[in-house]
Design a binder for this molecule. Sequence first.
Ligand SMILES: O=C(O)CCC(=O)C(=O)O
Ligand SMILES: [Fe+2]
Length: 261
Amino acid sequence: MARTENLNNFVVGDLPTLFYIPDFITDSEQARLLNNIYQAPISKWKSLKNRRLQNWGGVVHEKGLLSQDLPPWLAKITKRICEESGLFPSAINHVLINEYLPNQGIMPHQDGPAYYPVVAILSLGSPVVMDFTPHSRLNSCKSTVMESVVDKTSDVKAAEIEGNDGLDKHQPFSALLMPRSLLIFKDDAYSDYLHGIEDNAVHRLDKVVNGIEALSALSGSISSEAEVIRSEDSKTVNRTMSRISLTCRLVLKVHKNLFKF
Ligand SMILES: O=C(O)CCC(=O)C(=O)O
Ligand SMILES: [Fe+2]
C-alpha cells in the first residue's frame, strides 16, 4: 500500500492543493539519483546565470513536447511519483534537473502553459525555502469597485491598493524543502501564485507553512540539521552545499518522430 495513498494527509498551509511529503526517498535512493545526475555528460548541463540544469524528456514547445524517452533511472522515480500521487492523468514525461549553488536561486515565475497543471519537485542536497507569491494578474480583476478605480493595465497598482484594504485572500507563503522530500502543487497553488527561490545562502523560515512536517524529519539527517538553525529570533536555513531538484511534469500534447531522417 502506497504511503501517500491519502494525499490529503500531506496538505500543508491554507491551500488544499499544496502537498509536502517528507522522506519521500531514502538516503541511498538520493545517493543513486545524484550519481546518475553527475554521471551525465557535461554537455547535458545547460548553464544559466543563476543555476545550471539538465533537461530530460525532450524539448518543450508552446504547442507540446517533442519527446524523448526518459532514461530508466528517471522513468523509475517518476513512475513512483505518478502512482503514489495519483494526480497525473498519464505518465510524467518531462523532468528538469536544476542545480543551485548556495547563493543561487530561481526568480519568481509561473510554469509554462504547455504543462499539465500539476508539478512534483523532488529535492536533494541542501535545504532551501521556496517562496510563493500571489500572481499580480489576480489583483486586477477581483472586484468591480477596484476595477473602476484602477488602471486595468497596471497590475502593480492594483496589488498595492488591494494590499492596503485587505481584500486579497491570497497571501504570500513559503515552503521549506528538505532533502529527499517531495513537494507537489496544482490548481490554485499552481496558477494563482508565482514560485521562486531567493539567490542567497541564508533563507528565512518565518513564512514557512510546513515547518513542523519538514523539521520533524530532521532526526534522520544530521547534515541537514546543521543547516537549519533554530533560535529565538532568527529561524533560518544556512545553505552550505548544492541543492539539486527534479521538477517532474507532464506535457499532454506529445509530438513523436516529428523529424524523420
Ligand atoms: O528547483 C526548484 O525547486 C524549482 C524549479 C522550478 O520551479 C522549475 O524548474 O520550474
Ligand atoms: Fe517552476
